[in-house]
Design a binder for this molecule. Sequence first.
Ligand code: OAD
Length: 228
Amino acid sequence: MKKKIVILTGAGISAESGLNTFRDADGLWEGYDVNDVATPEAWDRDPVLVQHFYNLRRKAVLEALPNAAHKALVALEARYEVTIITQNIDDLHERAGSSHIVHLHGIITRSQSSANPALTYPVEGWELKMGEKCELGSQLRPHVVWFGEPVPMIEEAARLAAQADIFMIIGTSLLVYPAAGLVNFVPRQARKILIDPKAPKVAGVSGIESVKMKAGEGVPQVVRELLL
Ligand code: OAD
């Protein structure tokens, strides 16, 4: 039976594809305070601004390409059963060719009913317009999890983390819960590898191998070792 590798990724894995991380720029996200664009209250207050902000994020994602780190993870599938749990709303793991991807915080290339979050649809192109409605007649919003909203995929992610023989953490500050808590579900005997130039602290977990490198270089290096 193949060993199971579970990989938690964050904004850092897509940084070298030209998509900015959240916390490397003064707590602002592309110049915006997250409270103005990434909360249900922001949507209630100013849906035009929120829609515009995510339209620009979608445009940037569509123009970005998977980098060496996304691509290297695909190669692991030859030898291991691989699941990627990503906090990213981009689709770069999909476009690189990975097979099993859980999007904890949604995905920007889909829209979501503002009446029922379970109703999601593909977005054609980069722009989701005000006036575009779901089958229930409510305005479509981006299919992303905002601060203060539930994370529907977290239980599935925790179940997967608990089965890991090898757990990798790539490019995340581990500051946002519940995603950051997933590492606490990983079996104690599992090998744990962290790839991040800042090597963030992982609370309550010991025995982590830290690779202080950018993902574009560090991930292919670790993958080469895992395939030896
Ligand atoms: P952060 O911006 O908090 O953290 C990015 C991490 O990537 C940091 O630890 C950096 O050191 C690291 N990093 C930067 N460049 C890198 C590179 N080239 N290679 C590898 N690592 C690099 O992003 P996340 O941890 O993903 O949530 O943020 C978590 C969540 O907070 C996001 O999913 C988003 C955000 O607000 C929602 O939108 C719900």
